[in-house]
Design a protein around this ligand. Structure first.
Ligand code: ATP
Length: 582
């Protein structure tokens, strides 16, 4: 397919405000693609990338460089392009207008042709990199029409933002190759094991018919180098409820750092965050630790990384640890704030997946595989069947400055991407009242009167994630309690996310003054969850939705959470049902 045709599909995808049409447009696009290689490329491109999300392949061009490339392609100065960019706030629109003025015409450059050049840009290194990248991009722009230019320049800037979630792509793949989006469940296991949509698509395209396709997909196994989607926790209100529901359990401390999946493949170490981002280069001390301490040729470990002082047994708070999530000054920060990785699970060893083994067996293998506890520290675990003992452990965890405990079913498999009662978290304040926070996605803002007008917003419209429908649904408006600093920060973060129509994956009764593409995740504390007819979270026919009472902003979470990692409707309803129960 030529790139200009793909860009026409991008145009349609960007314009729609319905999720069903997203699936229809994507399915139509996929139907026109024949080769395995091309479908793989398209799956990454619709998400604005040239490789899977977890690969560190970044095209690495800043606004100035892209502006220069646009200028060179259309005979304008870089400054002129940058001035236009200041006006329009979107480099894509600037490229589109200039390309139109210069009557740019499409050549027959294919999708593969474009991807090859973008890959070359990404791989360029050494002396003169910036100039070489600019030349490659401007030469490429000369080969495409205005609509293609619009989407093309957004890719190196990492802001294509078509608003398509992974489940929506899976729906479209299932529609085309398995006959119906309802067949998506056949693809979900492989997706949870490999996190690689391109690989799933390529595998589907390599099969002659749906039966063979499903067989091939089911054979896609856990692979070192591809992150496994994390298993997550359910909530229960008290140690008593935990023991009642789960019987004898394995209890572990809940460390408050960030999740890191460490992959070892011979001497090659890679690390991924909970939202599947590649974090390998951020933590040199963990790379060293993994090389030294893992006694296996290949392995995958599930860990929580945080700063810890073994002498004083002090765990540093999350706000400190999170300073390590940065791309620059890595070595210096590694000296200042070295991390330890508390290893709580082992998912792969020496070429074999362990995810179907029971927890007890995985923990035994883990204990046998890690040498010492210098940097990688195997988590202490306790088998408990008595609620009192569990309550003591929870108190002990809190005294130590930890977040609480995670309780796990002894016989459970590792359920990649799952959140169920195999893992349950008990936190500090969980004594019945709602004290656990909720991760919300900002969906828009409502222009305010008075003081707030200076920042252009009086309230935020926020929502949670409906994972069944792959939609964002509203739970609250947040107005009071935000400091001027926080408003400013929200304003900055939302720059470029404004949309002139309701984003396709948003369901809302309230229409805000400005819609925002669902990207910014915030942590919110509320007094209570109530039922409300004006919110769409969990709303069914005549039944009202769920809403937050007295919500307030606790922190921004967009560094470690994708919008799809926000609290789900299912979790919200469970929290509602547990309110007030001890
Ligand atoms: P929270 O904000 O409560 O951490 P979350 O939505 O980020 O919630 P949960 O599923 O609620 O994630 O809690 C699980 C998280 O706790 C894991 O993702 C992991 O980062 C962290 N964690 C800390 N210690 C453990 C442990 N021993 N076992 C499993 N997860 C742990």
């Amino acid at each position: 397919m030529i790139f200009a045709d793909l860009s026409e599909y991008f145009e349609k995808l960007e314009a729609t405000s319905s999720r069903l049409s997203l699936i229809e447009i994507l399915s139509d696009l996929f139907k026109h693609i024949e080769s395995e290689n091309e479908i793989e490329e398209v799956c990454y491109l619709v998400q604005g990338r040239i490789a899977p999300f977890f690969e560190a392949t970044e095209i690495g061009m800043a606004e100035k460089g892209v502006a220069e490339a646009i200028g060179k392609a259309y005979g304008e100065s870089k400054d002129h392009v940058l001035t236009q960019f200041d006006h329009k706030g979107d480099m894509g629109k600037v490229a589109f207008e200039l390309a139109k003025e210069h009557k740019a015409r499409a050549s027959d450059i294919t999708i593969d042709g474009v991807v090859k050049i973008l890959t070359e840009i990404a791989k360029t290194s050494g002396e003169g990199t910036v100039e070489k990248r600019i030349t490659l991009l401007s030469d490429l722009l000369k080969k495409v029409d205005a609509v293609s230019a619009k989407y093309l320049v957004r890719i190196p800037l990492s802001n294509l933002r078509l608003g398509i979630g992974d489940p929506t792509i899976l729906d479209a793949l299932a529609t085309v190759k398995l006959g119906d989006k309802k067949q998506r469940h056949y693809l979900e296991g492989a997706y949870n094991r490999t996190s690689d949509l391109g690989l799933i698509a390529k595998t589907l395209w390599s099969a002659k018919n749906p039966v063979v396709a499903v067989e091939k997909i089911e054979k896609l196994e856990v692979t070192v180098g591809k992150p496994i989607r994390a298993e997550l926790c359910e909530r229960l209100p008290s140690p008593q409820k935990v023991i009642e529901k789960m019987g004898e359990v394995d209890a572990q401390y809940k460390y408050d750092g960030f999740r890191v999946q460490i992959h070892k493949d011979g001497e090659k170490i890679s690390m991924f965050s909970r939202n599947l981002e590649n974090m390998t280069h951020m933590f040199p001390e963990l790379i060293e630790g993994a090389k030294k301490q893992i006694k296996a040729h290949s392995a995958i470990l599930d860990c929580e990384a945080l700063a810890y002082n073994p002498e004083s047994e002090e765990f540093l708070p999350f706000q400190e640890t999170t300073k390590r999530r940065r791309k620059h000054g890595v070595e210096e920060m590694a000296q200042k704030l070295p991390l330890k990785a508390f290893v709580f699970d082992m998912l792969y060893k020496n070429g074999k997946s362990l995810i179907d083994e029971p927890l007890t067996k995985r923990l035994e293998i883990l204990a046998d595989t890690i040498n010492g506890d210098e940097t990688l520290i195997p988590t202490q675990t306790k088998t408990i069947k008595d609620a009192k003992k569990l309550a003591i452990m929870l108190d002990d965890a809190i005294t130590k400055g930890l977040e609480g405990v995670v309780i796990k079913k002894l016989s459970s498999k590792y359920e990649a991407g799952g959140r169920n009662f195999n893992w349950v978290k008990l936190k500090r304040h969980q004594t019945g009242e709602l004290k656990d926070t909720i991760d919300c996605v900002i969906l828009g803002y409502i222009t305010g009167k008075g003081k707030r007008t200076a920042f252009g917003a009086g309230a935020l419209l926020v929502g949670v994630y409906d994972e069944k429908q792959d939609m964002f649904v509203t739970v609250s408006k947040i107005g009071t309690g935000l400091s001027d600093e926080e408003w400013r920060s929200i304003k900055e973060k939302s720059h470029g996310l404004e949309s002139n129509h309701k984003p396709a994956r948003v369901d809302s009764v309230i229409t805000p003054s400005v819609w925002l593409k669902p990207e910014i995740v915030i942590e919110v504390l509320a007094d209570e969850i109530t039922r409300s007819p004006i919110h769409t979270a969990g709303r069914k026919d005549d039944e009202p939705g769920y809403a937050l009472r007295f919500p307030r902003l606790v922190s921004f979470r967009n560094k470690d959470k994708k919008p799809e990692d926000a609290t789900t409707v299912k979790e919200l309803i469970e929290m509602f049902n547990q309110q007030g129960k001890k």
